[in-house]
Ligand binder design. Structure first.
Ligand SMILES: Cc1cc2nc3c(=O)[nH]c(=O)nc-3n(C[C@H](O)[C@H](O)[C@H](O)COP(=O)(O)O)c2cc1C
Length: 202
């Protein structure tokens, strides 16, 4: 009898578990860590450029943008940006036409937050509505000074990658951060700090 109950319990548990499918988890291609323009050239070309083609970015480019922002670049799990006391507290949300995702640096993948396109929440300036990708950086409310620095390091890396890869990008703080945090379903301990629009030139 006990055996039967245990087996019924496990069958129900397995049936009710959400399937981890390609629809909710999207693995990104590994970045080409030997490519790109020389650093001095990328620094020289870094700038905010605000006209965007609405064309979706290829997964390879999306993966390299996210790796630049917050990827793991060493076998000990540390990142492309430094973090205060190695706390590794930064959330990078990835807002695309096909839904809203969270970047998981450990396995370089995207995890679905919602199938909704929430980019319109950030369209507080006309030019930004065409951008195929909006990144939203969030950090710990209780450590806001360091959280802001982490976000700044990440958006600067993305700005340099954009200069290297011929993409346009602009960092943007002009939007309703609490509304975006709610749409992202962020825990109350986290706060949305800044966003960044990225795309191919128009
Ligand atoms: C923290 C921060 C917030 C910004 N917010 C906005 C914004 O809301 N809208 C916008 O059009 N540009 C925004 N910018 C872009 C700046 O206007 C831009 O970086 C500045 O004009 C200097 O130009 P450059 O990036 O080409 O050197 C922001 C930049 C930073 C660093």
């Amino acid at each position: 009898m006990l055996k039967l109950l245990v087996s019924v319990f496990f069958s129900l548990f397995l049936i009710s578990r959400p399937a981890e499918s390609a629809d909710t988890l999207r693995k990104l291609p590994a970045p080409d860590t030997t490519g790109g323009k020389p650093l001095m050239q990328a620094l020289n070309e870094r700038q905010s450029l605000k006209d965007f083609s609405s064309a979706a970015l290829p997964d390879k480019v999306l993966g390299e943008i996210l790796w630049a922002a917050w990827g793991v670049n060493r076998s000990d799990g540390k990142h492309t940006i430094p973090t205060s006391m190695n706390k590794q507290e930064l959330t990078v949300s990835v807002l695309l036409a096909d839904g809203t995702w969270k970047y998981n640096p450990a396995d370089h993948s995207l995890e679905l937050v919602t199938a909704k396109d929430i980019r319109p929440l950030l369209n507080t300036q006309e030019y930004v509505k065409d951008a195929p990708l909006q990144l939203v950086y969030a950090g710990e409310r209780s450590d806001s000074k360091n959280a802001l620095m982490h976000a700044g390091s990440a958006y600067q890396n993305v700005g340099l990658y954009a200069a290297s890869a011929g993409l346009h990008n602009v960092v943007r703080g002009y939007f309703d951060a609490p509304a975006v945090a709610e749409a992202l379903n962020l825990p109350a301990a986290q706060e949305v700090l800044i966003s960044q629009a990225v795309g191919l030139p128009k």
